[in-house]
Design a protein around this ligand. Structure first.
Ligand SMILES: C[S@@+](CC[C@H](N)C(=O)[O-])C[C@H]1O[C@@H](n2cnc3c(N)ncnc32)[C@H](O)[C@@H]1O
Length: 239
């Protein structure tokens, strides 16, 4: 019974990936081993569509690992000759695999890897006045670490541009997203514009047994100078 329900779901709710991401998807399918955290096609499509639909040029990711999210982003950045900076810790066990994948996929030209704990790198990038159009957060996911990261990330993200969180169902990531929606001047994207169909949503709910999305994207709609977190030291209320 359970097996027939599973195969019914697989047949009827299977994700239809975008034609425009066929190249990175096929490359990743050829190297994927089913064990390492390769990016699933719908998440790759979301990153690709955010970048191409909203003319993103400067991108940042925390967590290179297999390079799969970097490959989707760099492929989407090809026409605009945009760039991606990835941050990963020096002890990251998958960095060599990620860099080899980037080289073999042929999209590595406008990519820079910074090997250092993200909490040390982000203040440095901020001091250099770096700004970004899309930021993908997929590194260390305790609440305190993410809170330190988003303090800098929100100040480096350009107005009307995007921050995407992987593992958004984790309580720590969910709480950070709540904080950003309530106090940091963000709104959640309309996923339907990015090939994140209702059929996919149903598939995700049934397979994860959770109503929390596995990854989420927010758009920065208010300049931080206008926010209570910047203007009023005493603003804090629970979230
Ligand atoms: C889930 S993996 C990222 C998956 C990646 N996006 C992909 O496409 O394969 C998480 C990565 O974050 C890195 N990481 C963990 N803590 C970090 C930190 N404090 N600073 C930078 N990178 C970190 C790990 O080394 C690991 O490579």
């Amino acid at each position: 019974m359970i097996n027939s329900i599973k195969s019914f779901l697989k047949r009827n709710l299977a994700y239809q990936p975008l034609l425009s991401t066929q190249v990175p998807r096929q490359f990743l399918a050829s190297v994927e081993d089913g064990i390492l955290p390769y990016c699933p096609p719908p998440e790759g499509d979301l990153l690709h569509e955010l970048i191409t639909q909203h003319a993103c040029v400067d991108c940042l990711e925390i967590g290179l690992a297999t390079g799969s999210t970097a490959i989707y982003m760099l492929y989407a950045l090809q026409n605009s000759k945009g760039r991606l900076i990835s941050i990963d810790q020096p002890s990251g066990e998958m960095n060599d695999i990620g860099m080899a994948n980037l080289q073999n996929s042929g999209v590595g030209a406008n990519h820079q890897l910074i090997l250092e704990n993200s909490v040390n790198v982000l203040p440095e990038l901020f001091k250099k006045h770096e700004t970004f159009d899309l930021i993908f957060v997929d590194g260390w996911k305790t609440f305190d670490h993410l809170a330190a990261e988003v303090y800098y990330l929100t100040r480096m993200l350009r107005l009307n541009k995007f921050i995407v969180f992987d593992d958004a169902a984790m309580p720590s990531v969910n709480k950070i997203i709540k904080m950003m929606l309530k106090y940091y001047g963000y709104r959640e994207i309309d996923y339907l514009h990015f090939n994140q169909t209702w059929r996919l949503r149903l598939f995700q709910i049934l397979t994860t047994k959770s109503f929390r999305r596995p990854y989420r994207a927010l758009q920065k709609v208010t300049d931080e100078a206008e926010l209570p977190v910047t203007r009023d030291w005493n603003f804090f209320a629970d979230f």
